[in-house]
Structures are given as structure tokens and as C-alpha cells.
Design a protein. Structure first.
Length: 302
């Protein structure tokens, strides 16, 4: 049997040959980026589908009633005019309706931020008898459609003498099961060592909640606040039933009633009102959008 005695190279292994483009793997990266063109196309189409109705609403608010009804419809106004906005502020008691909407939305949002976070803290960090029963009741309430509880809720408000009052518009919505669940899930992720340190220092539960827990719940509170403000601001059915006089109308109810006549609907007035109504929502979202996205990402809502 022969033995191979040829010398073996002891130097470093030869470097791999460079690709024709001069960078190793650049062809693979380019192909992967080029293969995702369909993803950008789908996202672009989805973005246009979402934004187009809002753009058309704003542009339509500057059109006349005849141009809004013509077929085929126009995209840009042929003769832009502020008549719809002038009619909106002169025909409607806009200041009163706007104030009612602001009061109801702010009170409902503040109530949810305080009470939902308190109940979420109790369900997440405290041990007491009936804790699982209460959480099961909250989850069960979350699964019940609001239409099912509408009539019983109206009967309770009527028996309390709150029909056609501002408190009757916001008291039934100061706490929401979704808000309780959202705050509980977020507070569960906070370290319990902070609570133990506070108790060692002699702090009570209320002080721990307001001085330790709430400052750490910024993202969750921003998420809950935006969603609650949006729902309360756009609420139409409950104010329509409870508010029985013009002084108690909110903006959605006033716009729906005054833009619809006996024979036809004034679409120009309706579009102008919808444009004005959506401005506060956009302002709130733009201010808290960073916290909102962070809250969604950190509370397990995918």
C-alpha cells in the first residue's frame, strides 16, 4: 500500500471568487428586493383605498349641490366655494353642539382612563376573593354586543331621571370592558418588585397606583384614550335617543338631523360637517400616535 507523501499547503485558504458584480451575495439581495414589488403594490392600493374617501369628502365639501349629484362624479371641484361651511355655521347652533360633544367625549375618556386602569390594576396585581369571577364577568361583557344592552341601559337611565341631560349622555360609558382588559394586560407586564418596594416604604394601594403604576402606563393609557375618545365623539345612536332637545344634541346628531330635509339630503352640508367633525380626532391621534402604536405593540394586541 502506497502512502501519499506530497506536501500539503499550510497557508491560509484561498479567498472565494468575487461575484461578477463585485459584491458577494448582491445578486441575491437584489432579487429579494425586486421580488417584493408586489408587496409595495398591494400596500399602495390599500393606502389609496383608505385615504380616497376622506380626500373626496374634503374636496366635496367645497362643491355645490348640483356638482355633487352629477353623473359621472367629479374629483376636483369645478368651482370651489365656502357656501357649505357658511351654511353650516349659520344654520346650526354649532358652538352648542360642539361644546356638548367635547364635554361628553372628554368626560367619557377621563372616566375610562381612571376607572379602567384602577380595575385593571386590581385584577392584575391584587389577590382577593372573587377575582377570577370578576375577570370572567368582564370578558363575558366584552363579548356581548352593545345593541343587546341598549334597551336595558335606556330603561335604567330613564328611571334615574337622566333623559335629555348631559350626564345621561356620558354616565353609562364611564367604564368599558375593553378598557379594563387592555389595562390589565399591560399592568401584568410590570414588575411586582416596584409594588413590594412601595409597600415596604409604607405606601398604601392608592398611592402605589397613582405614584408608581399610572406613570408607567403611558402607552396603554394613550391607546385607551384615543380609542375611547374616537368612539364617544362618533357615537350617534345613544345621543339620538337620550337627547330630546336641541340644546343637548351632539355634532353627529345635529348634522344628521339638519342635513336631511323632508324630500332630499343636503350632501354639501353633510360633507362640510363631517370634515369639521373629523378634525379633533385627527388632532388627538397626531399628538398621541407614538404612544398609541407603542401601547398596541406592548399589550399583546396583534
Amino acid at each position: 500500500m502506497s502512502v501519499d507523501t506530497a506536501p500539503r499547503p499550510t497557508g491560509p485558504a484561498p479567498a472565494p471568487k468575487a461575484s461578477p458584480t463585485g459584491r458577494a451575495g448582491s445578486g441575491m439581495v437584489g432579487s429579494s428586493q425586486g421580488g417584493r414589488w408586489w408587496l409595495y403594490l398591494v400596500l399602495t392600493v390599500a393606502l389609496v383605498a383608505v385615504i380616497a374617501p376622506f380626500v373626496w369628502m374634503v374636496l366635496g365639501s367645497f362643491k355645490g349641490e348640483g356638482e355633487l349629484r352629477q353623473v359621472p362624479p367629479t374629483w376636483l371641484p369645478e368651482s370651489a366655494s365656502l357656501d357649505n361651511y357658511t351654511q353650516l355655521f349659520s344654520k346650526l347652533n354649532f358652538g352648542q353642539y360642539f361644546t356638548n360633544s367635547i364635554v361628553v367625549a372628554v368626560v367619557v375618556t377621563a372616566g375610562n382612563l381612571i376607572f379602567c386602569s384602577m380595575l385593571g390594576y386590581a385584577l392584575a396585581m391584587l389577590d382577593f376573593r372573587g377575582k377570577k369571577v370578576i375577570f370572567t364577568a368582564v370578558m363575558g361583557t366584552l363579548m356581548i354586543p352593545g345593541v343587546v344592552t341598549f334597551v336595558p341601559l335606556f330603561v335604567l337611565v330613564a328611571n334615574a331621571g337622566l333623559i335629555d341631560t348631559i350626564p345621561g349622555l356620558f354616565l353609562p360609558f364611564l367604564v368599558s370592558p375593553f378598557g379594563v382588559f387592555l389595562m390589565r394586560q399591560f399592568i401584568l407586564g410590570l414588575p411586582k418588585d416596584l409594588l413590594d418596594a412601595g409597600r415596604v416604604d409604607g405606601a398604601g394601594e392608592l398611592r402605589i397606583f397613582f405614584r408608581i403604576i399610572l406613570p408607567l402606563c403611558g402607552p396603554a393609557l394613550a391607546t385607551l384614550g384615543i380609542l375611547t375618545f374616537l368612539g364617544s365623539w362618533n357615537n350617534f345612536l345613544w345621543p339620538l335617543v337620550v337627547a330630546q332637545s336641541e340644546d343637548r344634541y351632539t355634532l353627529p346628531v345635529a348634522l344628521a338631523l339638519y342635513s336631511t330635509g323632508q324630500n332630499s339630503t343636503n350632501y354639501g352640508l353633510l360633507l362640510a360637517g363631517a370634515t369639521v367633525v373629523i378634525i379633533p380626532i385627527l388632532v388627538v391621534f397626531l399628538i398621541f400616535q407614538k404612544r398609541f402604536i407603542e401601547g398596541i405593540a406592548t399589550t399583546g394586541l396583534k
